[in-house]
Write a protein that binds this ligand. Structure first.
Ligand SMILES: [Zn+2]
Length: 185
């Protein structure tokens, strides 16, 4: 459980107690950038909820713990523990709200799940090139220097070079096998 307070100007402070540490995270959103700083203070276990005050110097967080009260001064994006209790008589108490997690606990706040995007039709693959090696897909073709290999739609060329009947070498343009007269398609 963490406590959150909006400081105005898009700045927020998260506070939570972890073992004997009080973790304070300041996050500010400015146009185009997000700043976040987190500090741990050795305060002991909380015995009361933290109180956030606003005074002339900025913001003061009061942590009541089993080791007594602790004060943390928040200014801009920096924070520091104050040894002596500040004068909070004229300070304004800011309302804090409880949140499940602080940014310090989960590193990144969960983003809402995006609905699945419909699958895009496959884009034609570009030939892959590495040095003198080139690879294309569909039909698969590989080129290396002056050597080339292809698969798929184009049958490998060596099939045309032997007669399927007798196995005698034939030329690609032969219509019949010179050895056995088998018709070549
Ligand atoms: Zn033949």
């Amino acid at each position: 459980m963490a406590y959150l307070c909006n400081l105005g100007n898009g700045q927020q402070v998260f506070v939570y107690n972890q073992d004997n540490q009080t973790i304070v995270t300041l996050s500010g959103t400015r146009p185009g950038q997000q700043q976040q700083s987190s500090n741990g203070f050795s305060t002991g276990k909380w015995t009361a909820l933290p109180i956030l005050y606003r005074n002339d110097g900025g913001f003061i967080l009061r942590i009541e713990s089993d080791r007594g009260p602790h004060y943390v001064q928040l200014q801009g994006t920096s924070m520091s523990a104050i040894g002596t209790p500040p004068n909070l008589e004229t300070a304004e108490v800011l309302p804090m709200q409880t949140v499940e997690n602080s940014p310090g606990e989960t590193m990144e706040p969960m983003k809402p799940m995006k609905p699945m995007e419909p699958l895009k039709p496959m884009e034609p693959l570009k030939p892959m090139k590495m040095g003198d090696m080139e690879m294309r897909m569909n039909p698969m073709e590989m080129r290396m220097g002056n050597m080339s290999m292809s698969m798929g739609e184009n049958p490998p060329s060596y099939r045309q070079n032997f007669c399927p009947q007798c196995g005698a070498p034939v030329k690609e343009n032969d219509r019949f096998c010179a050895n056995c007269g088998h018709g070549l398609s």
